[in-house]
Design a protein around this ligand. Structure first.
Ligand SMILES: [Zn+2]
Ligand SMILES: [Zn+2]
Length: 251
């Protein structure tokens, strides 16, 4: 059976099981009512409380200025939680590699909780940023990888965040044109930088949307930051004003 077909079947099968049977927590294996991550396990995932500068890790309370000269692509980075938490690690792994799409709710819930803890909405107001000038953009997968997985995990997370805060979502403007190897498999930063060079393109018919907009770039795991920087650079070259990064965890 071709792998792509098998994965689509797996995705459908999981969706079917979701309807018929109660959940089992992906970490502790206890039966659970709502999602495949039980409430008790969710409570044991701690949440960060502030945005940081991706270059020096200083806390960021104002999105209007870059913190330091080393930082010129992403004005603030929100890392919702900690990848060394075994529950979160297992949940992200099950979400991505076992195609358990319904983990989108509890996982995006952690990002929403982070945005609330970090006082995201009031920081936008203090920085005089109108909601209408914000676009949430998920880091795209290469179409081949997306077909294999059945979904783009970052897009599912971004959809939930957009719905919760009533912010615009645009998942058709940034595209991945190179199916590069996973950053997690490459160790040095310089190799990671080369690995992501030219992997993104902008849909030209939608490029005007980006002009003077604040972009919230959403990804699941932040590794060296090279992927997010590459996306931020191309978005800025098409007129985006400033980029805020938002991820579940730093790997
Ligand atoms: Zn559990
Ligand atoms: Zn800094």
């Amino acid at each position: 059976m071709p792998r792509r077909f098998f994965n689509s079947l797996l995705f459908l099968w999981n969706a079917f099981l979701d309807i018929i049977f109660p959940w089992q927590c992906c970490f502790c294996k206890k039966e659970t009512k709502q999602y495949p991550l039980c409430e008790n396990c969710r409570k044991n995932i701690s949440i960060n409380s502030s945005f940081i500068c991706p270059a020096c890790q200083n806390r960021i309370y104002d999105f209007s200025k870059y913190c330091c000269s080393k930082n010129n692509s992403i004005v603030a980075l929100g890392i919702s939680s900690f990848y060394d938490n075994p529950i979160l690690k297992k949940a992200i792994h099950s979400f991505k590699y076992q195609s358990i799409a319904s983990l989108e709710k509890p996982l995006s819930g952690l990002m929403i909780k982070f945005l609330e803890e970090a006082k995201f909405i009031s920081t936008l107001k203090n920085t005089n940023i109108d909601k209408a000038n914000i676009i949430i953009i998920p880091i795209p997968l290469h179409p081949k990888k997306q077909k294999q997985r059945g979904f783009n995990q970052s897009e599912l997370l971004a959809q939930n965040i957009s719905a919760h805060f009533a912010l615009n979502l645009e998942s058709q403007v940034l595209f991945r044109v190179k199916n590069n190897p996973s950053q997690a498999k490459i160790l040095s930063f310089s190799e990671r930088k080369v690995n992501v060079e030219g992997i993104f393109q902008i849909a030209l018919d939608k490029a005007d949307l980006l002009k003077n907009k604040w972009i919230i770039l959403v990804d699941d795991v932040y590794t060296s930051g090279a992927t997010m920087q590459e996306a931020a650079t191309i978005l800025k070259s098409y007129g985006a004003k400033k980029i805020i990064g938002l991820v579940l965890a730093k790997g």
